[in-house]
Write a protein that binds this ligand. Sequence first.
Ligand code: G3P
Length: 195
Amino acid sequence: MAKEITLLVCAYLLGSIPTGLLLAKASGVNIRETGSGNIGATNVYRTLGRKVGIMTLIGDCLKGLIPVLIAKQLGLPEVWIAATGLAAFLGHVYTVFLGFKGGKGVATALGVFLGVSPLSVLIALGVFILVLVRWRYVSLASITAAAAMPLVIAFLEPKKLLIAMSLAIAALVIYKHRENIQRLRSGTESKFKSS
Ligand code: G3P
């Protein structure tokens, strides 16, 4: 049990590292005071361009992927794999390093699901790309892909705990996008521009 609890704490702490905020800080920018104010890859991309945006995406994704892969490597049962993924995700969303005010969790969730079910990610990514290409809103694409994930998991990995984890993640991702949803409704959300 000590091993499992240690992994949960480490997953949470790894998830808590605010990749985007640190990378932006290295470029002299306070990412929480620019664009949407979010610490995620979309806002970093919007503010500092493709290279730093992609670095943030990869860093945030690895924070979800690495703990899940370690849990699998240790041969832990599904309940601990799901809990580890959730801990890393919660670390990003409610980071201890920023007074529990973190990001929206999309890239870290991507990493968690890559570790759990790469095929599900492929389908969710397809949904994300279709919505992004059609409407040009990253937030709308993120919300739609997150909402699709529990259905995809239920179909491809029909295990209760993984479905529960994906439902919890989807609900939190959507909740964290509540300001984006308001902006989408009022027509003031920024559209994605490739740089
Ligand atoms: O992953 C976050 C994205 O869906 C929205 O980011 O910066 O537009 O709020 P942002």
